[in-house]
Design a protein around this ligand. Structure first.
Ligand code: NAD
Length: 288
């Protein structure tokens, strides 16, 4: 029998995936997830619900997909409401939080996930491409985390629910760390998220509000279809991933549930890289 070479590039779908139930750590803790009708946000919304939370499903386009996610959450026995808001617009975000608090009474977990790309060689990047990405990926995180902080501070700790007054999770990226040619706006937005998150974690810790980021590597979602949808692209992608499989949205959801729960109560200001080792300088695996 020929021995399996662990360093061989994986084929799509050949690596085993975890299949373990979600721990119900978030009962009585309503959550809000932005960009929750697609990809990672959808998985996080469903993961938080599986862990016991009622969930606000934020969306900006495709209301029917948001309704589908809300129905899936209800099928898990939780409550859900879909709310439209463009996270880059202050009035939308303020109105969404107000509606969410009215609906569920309060919020305990906010996952600021919505994001997009407008890629371009740097010298051809338009101000519109720049502003769109910064507006959603960075200003959107500012607006949503600010509204979260206001509600968490207003309510304070309810010990029977959680020992923290609230939990903020920012969806960052490995590109808060790894420069990315052709994506200056995106990398700048995620670098900004890193220090936004750390600063608010420092400022809000005395109020027992925790803020952390998740930095996904390559996750199979619509944002990066070109990177995994053909066998050639997938093989190329695997040269960047020591763990030799693409990430699934559920990999991120499980990290979000842990960060949102009291199991992570002493964790604040941290970025959890969920990237199959993408930030481990994979180019040095066989050399150097
Ligand atoms: P996606 O395109 O599937 O989902 C993005 C979501 O954000 C969608 O629901 C979209 O409608 C929403 N959105 C975009 N603009 C919005 C706005 N103005 N207001 C409200 N919602 C808005 O992509 P995804 O991969 O699920 O990305 C989710 C997050 O994860 C993003 O912040 C992205 O930067 C980050 N991320 C993704 C990967 C990956 O490999 N997929 C890697 C690192 C980081």
């Amino acid at each position: 029998m020929t021995e399996k070479n662990p360093a061989a590039p994986a084929e799509p779908g050949l690596q085993p995936l975890p299949n373990i139930p979600y721990p119900t750590l978030l009962r009585g803790q309503p959550a809000l997830v932005t960009g929750a009708n697609s990809g990672i946000g959808k998985a996080v919304a469903l993961g938080l619900a599986a862990a016991g939370a009622d969930v606000v499903v934020n969306y900006v386009t495709n209301p029917q997909t948001a309704d589908e996610v809300a129905h899936q959450i209800e099928a898990l026995g939780r409550r859900a409401i879909a709310i439209r808001a463009d996270v880059s617009r202050e009035e939308d975000v303020v109105a969404m939080f107000s509606q969410a608090v009215k609906h569920f009474g309060t919020l305990h977990v906010v996952c600021s996930n919505a994001g997009l790309q407008r890629d371009s060689p740097f010298d051809q990047m338009t101000i519109e491409q720049w502003n769109t990405v910064i507006g959603v990926n960075l200003t959107g995180q500012f607006l949503c985390t600010r509204e979260a902080a206001r509600e968490f501070k207003r309510r304070g700790v309810v010990e029977t629910v959680s020992v923290a007054a609230g939990k903020i999770i920012c969806m960052s990226s490995v590109h808060q760390e790894i420069p990315w040619a052709g994506h200056a706006n995106y990398a700048a937005s995620k670098g900004g998220v890193m220090l936004l998150m750390k600063t608010i974690a420092q400022e809000l810790a005395p109020y027992r509000i925790r803020a952390n980021s998740i930095a996904p590597g390559a996750i199979r979602t619509p944002i990066n279809t070109a990177a995994w949808s053909t066998p050639e692209a997938y093989k190329e992608l695997m040269t960047l991933v020591p763990y030799k499989r693409i990430g699934q949205p559920d990999d991120i959801a499980r990290a979000a549930v842990w960060l949102a729960s009291d199991a992570a109560d002493y964790v604040t200001g941290a970025t959890l890289f969920v990237d199959g080792g993408m930030t481990l300088f994979p180019g040095f695996t066989t050399g150097g």
